[in-house]
Design a protein around this ligand. Structure first.
Ligand SMILES: C[S@@+](CC[C@H](N)C(=O)[O-])C[C@H]1O[C@@H](n2cnc3c(N)ncnc32)[C@H](O)[C@@H]1O
Length: 248
């Protein structure tokens, strides 16, 4: 089944290496998952600019630093660039605007996005708006945006990195996208722990030896070691994860 993710950006080139390198590129090129094929449809917002200068931003009413992305240009990018061009109904897209006012992105949200938008039984497609400058005219947000997601309490210069982070983390939960099915189960944040320490060859490095249990091949002891170390590392590095708190 083919799934699309629409991304509105004034810098489409940002997504080139994301689509061309690493595991995600393999997945996007259909080399990984059998049932789901995902394509990124990158739409250049500037194509919907209304003047000869191809302006996508303008001065803010009331003054203030920086420029604001124009509501009419973004609306055209959605209505003409997606709904009309791809023959999709408004109710079949879910528009996410990454930005500081959203709930902070989390592994569970990544899993939920994969389940809701990249599984075989859902027809709704995701649209991401990459903000730039001081952000987007509020009227566009009111009329079009369905959800805000924040990467954290800091300010990026644009939404592109946020979109790639959200997609990268979510794609890992798509059935078959990771070659080794168990990888994401063992990763940090599953079961509230961060991951146990990892080692590779050489056995000796600058006076330190790989813990013996990992090289003796005793499966049960290795599993126990990983579990214990995961708990130890969580207490040491991220004790906040152990506090009971549900995250959407
Ligand atoms: C310079 S920021 C605008 C910040 C905005 N003036 C404010 O103070 O909230 C430009 C764009 O980067 C993206 N962005 C910035 N910080 C982000 C964050 N923490 N998470 C996700 N996207 C972010 C948003 O799309 C935003 O429209």
């Amino acid at each position: 089944m083919k799934k699309r993710v629409f991304i509105l950006s004034i810098f489409p080139e940002y997504f080139n290496s994301f689509q061309e390198m690493g595991i995600i590129s393999k997945a996007l090129n259909g080399e990984r998952a059998k049932d789901i094929e995902i394509s990124l449809e990158i739409i250049n917002i500037r194509d919907f600019a209304k003047n000869n200068y191809k302006s996508v931003d303008d001065y803010p009413y009331g003054g203030g630093a920086g420029m604001v992305m124009k509501a009419d240009v973004l609306a055209d990018a959605i209505n003409l660039g997606i709904l009309e061009e791809y023959k999709i109904k408004r109710e079949n897209i879910h528009i996410i605007y990454p930005g500081p006012r959203g709930k902070t992105f989390h592994n569970k949200k990544a899993q939920a996005l994969a389940r809701e938008y990249f599984s075989t039984n859902r027809s709704t497609e995701l649209v991401f708006i990459c903000g730039r400058y001081e952000g987007v005219d509020e009227r566009f947000i009111e009329n079009y945006v369905d959800e805000h997601i924040s990467l954290g309490d800091f300010i990026l210069t644009g939404g592109e990195l946020a979109v790639m982070s959200i997609l990268d983390a979510s794609f890992r939960f798509v059935e078959g996208f990771l070659g080794n099915r168990k990888s994401h189960i063992e990763e940090s944040f599953q079961n509230k722990n961060i991951e146990y320490p990892q080692y590779t060859r050489p056995l000796e490095f600058e006076g330190k030896t790989v813990p013996e249990v990992l090289s003796n091949g005793h499966h049960k002891k290795i599993e126990d070691f990983k579990l214990e170390k995961g708990i130890e590392f969580t207490k040491k590095f991220r004790p906040d994860l152990l506090e009971e708190k549900s995250v959407e």
